[in-house]
Design a protein around this ligand. Sequence first.
Ligand code: HGY
Ligand code: MN
Ligand code: MN
Length: 428
Amino acid sequence: MSEKRLPAVPISDSDRSRFAADIADAVEWLAGFGADESGGVTRLLYGKAWCAAQKALADRMAAGGLSPYYDDCGNLFGRLQGRDPDAAPLLTGSHVDTVVCGGKLDGAYGILAGMIALEFLRDKFGPPLRTIEVVSLCEEEGSRFPLTYWGSGNICGKYDIAAVPPVCDKDGVSLKEAMEAAGFGKGAYRPPRREKLAGFIELHIEQGSVLEREKLSLGIVEGIVGQRRFTVRVGGVANHAGTTPMAGRQDAMAGAAEMISWLEKGALLGGGGLVATTGKLEVLPNVANVIAGEVTFTVDVRDKDEEELDRFCGLFRRAFAEIAARRKLTVGFDEWMNAAPIRMDADMNRTMASICDAHAYAYRTMYSGAGHDAQVFQAVCPTTMLFVPSRAGVSHSPAEYSEPEHLADGIAALAEWLFLYGYKEGFR
Ligand code: HGY
Ligand code: MN
Ligand code: MN
């Protein structure tokens, strides 16, 4: 239990109900940008819905008194100017892009909650000591291009828009072309790289069912799992489904199926927390009466432990190579994501625990099985992350939902955290 104290930012019942009403409205409003027929949201980096959402968020930030500005890779910031221009700024926020047919809260909640919290603090306490900015990060999911954390990665130096990775989307549009078509990457805005940051906090839905199962309101994230993503290409010989005997086929689909089944069994056998997923599969020529000549599929592997990730990825690559050799197939691996497991800042988490205790929120510390921009920021500045419960643990789905009261508690805890680090002397 952290030291008991009174809340530094008391939240009245009417504050909480206003947060709940405002966040519920704002989430529905933002979900309108990229709403798809499945009832979910599809907002892909630099696409039409993405551009409209960023523009609408900039207008909403301006209307709320947060000065909006972009950096040159398309991250959007809403600034609450601090009194001390030399103090390093604090950032809060999350990603504006979504998965395909995603939910309304993943990413969006952290942006909108940051806007609500900053306007609340400004109205109650005036300008902060140090500048605080809410950021709508341009891309985190890797849904359009085979690359993730494009927004936070440019801020934190993982990427450099002067050397855009040569990746293309499924229509062959390159990241560079898409970025420039959206008006970015041409020097019209400030360079994305931020050297001086006092800290970053990301408010996010849990996307799992721990908090709901344990009937808790908040989850302080002690660490985020490491993540590896691959594209695996299996090559065989396309042939007639009717005239080709079973013996001697070089069937890329049957080979890929054996590999994907191995992946699931291998992860289950491991017994620990490691998870492995194939979420995407493409077949050529993809017709019923032709033996598949080529199959491309993804592998997503996650674990808290870097060595376990190394071990399992070595194991599955050897197993796939053995399957391919036995079936006279070829197999190729393209690793396009490698995020190390990371622990959040212990001091900042202790502060968050004292906030939860002061407000008597039921909370726990926990690990995140989902990747987040916070793991990119933690490599360059003190970073913390706070979860609110997800109904039935569902996410990356139109059924994604959190109770407005839980969303409101997240905003209240965020507001106090930003107050302590942004308004008070003495906090780093
Ligand atoms: O896949 C993830 O963990 C995150 O939602 N991008
Ligand atoms: Mn996500
Ligand atoms: Mn997310």
